[in-house]
Each structure stands twice: as structure tokens, then as C-alpha cells.
Design a protein around this ligand. Structure first.
Ligand code: FMN
Length: 170
């Protein structure tokens, strides 16, 4: 069987590649963890569910990020952000703007109040992902948070934060 080869974009055009990637609409998560008694978060849209048995989830983490070593070695929580948590998403993307982050600290890693769902994870495997590390975690606890009827998901599309249009299309 032969495949038609499509030229890979030149590395110099990473802006065009980023724009094309950006046409894939995603939800947004904040990955939270604690290190030396301090609670941290990292905004991400590379979250992917992986496996039900065992329960696994993946986040692609930039190799230069502070979060990397902690996600590879300790417990962390993936929080699915609601529309009302836009300021939290900005805050954990390195754009602090006075976001009031409300933490819940009953689990093995801190998580966010007001999220649509959460997945507490422990390290399972990591894979090289170029300038990112693909961090696969085993889910040790999870739950749904605020009702979707009360809080819509935060959406990221074409480099902008969006809200989900109401109604199903099929
Ligand atoms: C919508 C959005 C999605 C992002 N997704 C990711 C991601 O999947 N992986 C990643 O490493 N960084 C992602 N980032 C960038 C990080 O949030 C940002 O680099 C952050 O400052 C890293 O924090 P840290 O260095 O404290 O860990 C995203 C940023 C935004 C605004």
C-alpha cells in the first residue's frame, strides 16, 4: 500500500504550524501539584484521556516548564476548567492578574474548587515528545465537580479563549 506523502512544514515556520494546531478546538485544564509546601498550577490544553483499564491520562509538558519534574515524580491533579475559571487559566499560564485561586486540599495533591472534573494522578510513564515530555499518569482518584448546567467548559480555539455554543449539532 502506498501513502501520499505531505511535505512537513519547515521548522522555521513554527508559527504556521502552531496556527494549524490551533484549529483543533480543545478544553483547558490546570495541572496542580504541591512542592515543598507550595501549591502550583500549569495551564494545559494537551490533556488526553488514554485508557480505562488501567485508568490513564496524558499531558504533554514543555521540557523547560517548572511543572515537568514534579509531574514525572509525584502526585498531581488535572482540573478541567469551567468558563468561570478563565482568570485561573490565565494565572497558571504565567499571566498573573489577581486570580483568586480556591484550593481543595483533601486529596494527595491540591486541586481547584469550581472545576468541572478532576483526575488525581501518579506517575505511570513518560515518553520523549520533542520539545515536550508526554507524561502519562495513572488516575488514583477522580470526580465530577460543578454541574455542567451551572458552568460551561472553557474552550481554546485559534489562540483564543472561547465559550461553548449551546446545543448539540447532531
Ligand atoms: C490555553 C493554553 C494551553 C497550554 N497548554 C500547554 C500544554 O499543553 N503543555 C505545556 O507545557 N504548556 C502549555 N501551556 C503553557 C503553560 O501554561 C505555560 O508555559 C506555563 O507558564 C508553564 O508554567 P510552569 O513553567 O510554572 O510549569 C499552555 C498555555 C495556554 C494559555
Amino acid at each position: 500500500m502506498s501513502h501520499k506523502l505531505i511535505d512537513a512544514p519547515p521548522v522555521a515556520d513554527s508559527g504556521a504550524l502552531r496556527a494549524a494546531f490551533g484549529r483543533f478546538a480543545t478544553g483547558v485544564v490546570a495541572v496542580t501539584y504541591e512542592a515543598d509546601g507550595v501549591r502550583y498550577g500549569m495551564t494545559a490544553n494537551s490533556f488526553t484521556s488514554v485508557s480505562l483499564d488501567p485508568a490513564l491520562a496524558l499531558v504533554a509538558v514543555k521540557k523547560t516548564s517548572r511543572a515537568r519534574e514534579f509531574l514525572e515524580t509525584g502526585y498531581y491533579t488535572v482540573n478541567v476548567l469551567a468558563e468561570q475559571q478563565l482568570d485561573t487559566g490565565l494565572h497558571f499560564a504565567g499571566r498573573p492578574g489577581g486570580a483568586e485561586v480556591e484550593w481543595l486540599t483533601t486529596g494527595r495533591s491540591p486541586r481547584l474548587a469550581g472545576a468541572l472534573a478532576y483526575f488525581e494522578c501518579e506517575p505511570w510513564a513518560t515518553y520523549d515528545g520533542g520539545d515536550h515530555v508526554l507524561v502519562v499518569g495513572r488516575i488514583t482518584a477522580f470526580g465530577e465537580g460543578v454541574e455542567v448546567a451551572e458552568a460551561a467548559p472553557l474552550v481554546f480555539f485559534e489562540g483564543a479563549w472561547r465559550r461553548l455554543a449551546a446545543g448539540a449539532c447532531a
